[in-house]
Design a protein around this ligand. Structure first.
Ligand SMILES: NC(=O)C1=CN([C@@H]2O[C@H](COP(=O)(O)OP(=O)(O)OC[C@H]3O[C@@H](n4cnc5c(N)ncnc54)[C@H](O)[C@@H]3O)[C@@H](O)[C@H]2O)[C@@H](O)CC1
Ligand SMILES: Nc1ncnc2c1ncn2[C@@H]1O[C@H](COP(=O)(O)OP(=O)(O)O)[C@@H](O)[C@H]1O
Ligand SMILES: [Mg+2]
Length: 277
């Protein structure tokens, strides 16, 4: 078991090269937010934009369009009922599932367009629907971000049995190809290529709806812009809770949107500890 420390973030987040443009830092499609859960799409997208993604498009229920534009003009917004195949073909990263509710048709349509070139984050309702419908993993480099209840459904490991890492490995190796697992709890762990990483920052001030939607957006931003996907996932998981821990020095609860807002300053601090490329 390897403890996650600030070192991983310093390693991943570099000063940006001058010769760059928005395409350099990755294109993300977020498929999230049904009629009732538009906040999840907003929190995904805010975290992705503030986390440094080059271009963010949100495919969501049309009722969420005005709110998304008003909160986050940097993000593009499309109706998730439209044909998303061209959009999916043009992005590097697809984040799907936060606040998606029971939108099974949309989940299936997106999954069939994914290819090996995509990095795919499966969160929230995507995991729950895939478990209920027994759907196979889609193509792409897969990152699963379940909380314990979602992992119980998706990985079929009872919450009480998740404390034993062997049980989680057993469920993971049965999946082909083996995804990266970010198993969220008050003791979040990342299962990644035979190594178990343990988060040692963060705390109960994070127990607020939307906290995982924000983490999923940060993971999307980091894997979109940083070369090494595995290290980028670890750095995202660490950054999310390290920022929360800092905010909690003066706050009883840390809001997901506040964590997103604090990301650019945190990332600059980490990058400044590295020499420019
Ligand atoms: N503002 C919004 O639009 C929000 C949308 N959300 C979305 O709502 C959908 C349903 O997600 P939920 O997670 O609420 O519902 P779930 O039914 O999947 O799971 C939530 C329940 O699981 C149990 N549980 C056990 N261990 C847990 C753990 N370690 N962490 C969290 N829960 C644990 C809790 O009793 C909790 O009520 C997701 O797609 C999610 O992205 C949520 O993020 C809440 C905020
Ligand atoms: N008591 C806690 N200590 C540390 N982290 C927590 C605690 N409660 C929740 N979190 C973190 O908050 C996030 C919650 O994710 P999730 O349950 O998916 O939220 P949501 O779906 O509402 O956005 C995870 O990253 C989890 O590790
Ligand atoms: Mg969640």
């Amino acid at each position: 078991m390897i403890k996650l420390t600030e070192k991983i973030v310093q390693e991943v987040i570099q000063v940006r090269p001058r010769q760059s443009h928005k395409g350099t830092f990755g294109k993300i499609l977020i498929v999230a937010g049904n009629q009732d859960l538009g906040g999840a799409a907003i929190m995904n997208a805010q975290a992705a934009v503030f986390g440094g993604a080059g271009l963010v498009t949100v495919a969501t229920d049309p009722v969420n369009k005005t709110a998304l534009h008003a909160r986050l003009p940097e993000a593009m917004v499309v109706d998730y009922h439209q044909d998303l195949s061209n959009l999916i073909a043009g992005v590097d990263v697809v984040l799907i599932g936060s606040g998606l509710g029971n939108e099974l048709t949309i989940l299936k349509q997106v999954q069939k367009e994914l290819t090996d070139k995509h990095k795919v984050i499966l969160d929230g309702s995507a995991l729950t629907m895939m478990a209920q419908e027994n759907l196979p993993l889609p193509q792409g480099q897969i990152i699963l971000t379940p909380h314990q209840m979602e992992w119980q459904r998706f990985g079929q490991v009872a919450i009480a049995d998740q404390a034993k890492e062997d049980n989680n490995w057993e469920a993971l190796v049965a999946m082909n190809p083996e995804p990266i697992l970010v198993l969220k709890s008050d003791q979040t762990q990342v299962y990644l290529e035979n190594e178990l990483y343990q988060l040692t920052v963060g705390g109960p001030y994070q127990a607020t709806g939307g906290m995982g939607d924000t983490l999923a957006g940060i993971i999307a931003a980091f894997v979109a812009q940083f070369q090494d996907t595995k290290k980028a996932v670890l750095a995202a998981v660490y950054s999310h809770s390290a920022i929360a821990e800092r905010l909690a020095e003066t706050a009883y609860v840390t809001l997901p949107t506040e964590i997103a807002q604090a990301l650019p300053a945190f990332m600059k601090e980490m990058a400044d500890q590295n020499p420019p490329l």
